[in-house]
Design a protein around this ligand. Structure first.
Ligand code: G4F
Length: 326
């Protein structure tokens, strides 16, 4: 039997790289879309893929060029496509809203249209987000909670979610949206709060800096472990029927709790080093998000394997290895 072929957009990122690891371990032929700049700077831009570069196939394709997407889909005939690429740092979406909205929505639309016409057997996963719930009035949120996005990023994801649903209902495509809450790991980008905290805490521990400036310490997020969440993506495409699922831990923790744990793993008192900077607060942010993963646990037998404290511990250990050669 020939190997199943998967195409991943956003393969160099945290989620894309863990998903590539998972699919390789399951015997898939793994293809990924990257920017030309990534191929020109593999050391930095493909660092999450360094350990598997010899086992995956990378294609330089621009997600805003529908013709190049069509050509790739037509030639490759993937069995499964995971659309993870997007401008995903919420704060940037307040600074560059027009291009973020256009790019995030258009890339989803181009991909769906290309697959519908040229590889209709291909199953599609789309990376949705808890930011779609935005200022949700209900807690915990689930698949029936109304969307109320508070950022351009969230709006772009809601629009893409409706495109996915429309292609599923109108054209019978096997297309699903995973509404993923925050998920963290040692491969998290430095712009996100968890990686910022662990990297700065380790610098403080090593005597390289004195203090850490953060935004709202009393924002609450539902944090999970990224390898568990890419497993959820894969499970969605193995189901009998396409559907949308919330993927969350079901627990919410404050940024302050994350800070406190990270500093205490290093034997430090966070109150001596951490300062709140109002410039880092976000406009109109929903400060409390918590998801209900009941549907995916029941229907697809998904469960998380790593707790909040274990995530903090693993991220600190990794950061010590990188910065302290320890
Ligand atoms: O780590 P964050 O930047 O993640 P955010 O905005 O919740 O979004 C992440 O999770 C979403 C849901 O899965 C994804 F859709 C999105 O793509 C991304 O992966 O911020 C977490 C919280 C926020 O409440 C933020 O206001 O931390 C708060 N925070 C406080 N101080 C800070 C800081 N966030 C950042 N990035 N930097 C700070 O100094």
């Amino acid at each position: 039997m020939s190997r199943r072929r998967a195409l991943i957009t956003g393969i160099p990122g945290q989620d894309g790289s863990y998903l590539a690891d998972l699919l390789l371990s399951k015997g898939y032929e793994v293809h990924g879309i990257v920017r030309r700049t990534a191929i020109e700077d593999t050391e930095h831009k493909l660092k999450n893929l360094r350990h598997i570069l010899g086992q995956i196939h990378l294609h330089v394709v621009s997600l805003d060029n529908v013709l190049s997407m069509i050509k790739l889909v037509k030639d490759l005939q993937p069995d499964e496509c995971y659309h993870l690429a997007a401008s995903s740092f919420v704060s940037y979406s307040f600074e560059d809203e027009i291009s973020i909205l256009n790019n995030n929505v258009n890339s989803t639309h181009y991909l769906l249209a290309a697959i519908k016409e040229f590889a209709p057997h291909c199953r599609v996963y789309f990376a949705g987000t808890s930011e779609m719930f935005g200022n949700a009035e209900i807690e915990p949120q689930d698949e029936r909670t109304p969307f109320n996005p508070r950022s351009i990023y969230g709006i772009s994801k809601v629009a893409s979610y409706h495109l996915v649903k429309n292609y599923r209902q109108q054209y019978g495509m096997f297309a699903c949206t995973g509404i993923l809450y925050n998920h963290e790991s040692p491969r998290r980008g430095y712009e996100f709060v968890t990686r910022k905290i662990v990297s700065m805490a380790v610098r403080i521990k090593l005597g390289l800096q004195e203090s850490l400036q953060l935004g709202n310490l009393d924002a609450f997020r539902d944090w999970g472990y990224t390898p568990d969440y890419v497993n959820a993506m894969w499970l969605m495409l193995q189901a009998d029927l396409p559907d949308d699922y919330v993927v969350a831990s079901g627990e919410t923790h404050s940024v302050r709790e994350f800070v406190e744990s990270a500093f205490s793993y290093l034997g430090l008192d966070y109150q001596k080093h951490v300062k709140m900077d109002p410039k880092l607060f976000r406009p109109a942010e929903k400060v409390r998000l918590c998801g209900n993963p009941g549907k995916i646990m029941e229907k697809l037998n998904w469960k998380r394997t790593v707790t909040f404290q274990e995530i903090v511990k693993e991220m600190i250990a990794n950061e010590m290895k990188i910065q302290g050669n320890g």
